[in-house]
Design a protein around this ligand. Structure first.
Ligand SMILES: [Zn+2]
Length: 139
């Protein structure tokens, strides 16, 4: 919510039953993902059932938090006023070593240092009441 004269805030993640375990893990500094107990399919975002075989209850596992940049873009023009103070920032699709892909910001480095295939590691940053998984270059 925005009050006159105050800058708008970026949206806050809201957990629901399918994602609550993920956000609880993030609050502990753990990056969680799911793997199907029936067919071994790895999936993200979290779901109640396996997206591949439609059966079973996917098990929650802890990622080592390391992966590689699949692709990325650098945002120079904020999509809304809430992100005005953040530009330029780099958003990447990260392929984690366990086989799932997440979109996250790449923090604390100039955009020109991000490249496809660059190794990254997850870091957690507070955002509202949540801890957001983000990436840093793994140098
Ligand atoms: Zn499955």
């Amino acid at each position: 919510m925005t009050t006159p004269g105050s800058p708008p805030k970026p949206p806050i993640p809201v957990a629901h039953p399918d994602t609550a375990a993920f956000w609880d893990g993030a609050a502990r500094g753990e990056l969680l993902y799911q793997r199907c107990s029936a067919c071994e399919h790895v999936q993200f975002p979290p779901r109640r059932h396996c997206a591949h075989c439609q059966t079973g209850e996917p098990a929650w596992l802890r990622s080592a938090g390391k992966g590689a940049v699949h692709t990325f873009t650098t945002v120079h023009r904020a999509p809304t006023a809430a992100f005005k103070d953040d530009v330029p920032y780099t958003i990447a699709l990260v392929d984690f070593d366990e086989g799932f892909r997440m979109m996250m910001n790449v923090l604390d480095c100039p955009p020109q240092e991000v490249e496809i295939g660059a190794r990254v590691r997850v870091v957690f940053r507070p955002h509202g009441d949540a801890m957001l998984p983000q990436a840093e270059l793994d140098r």
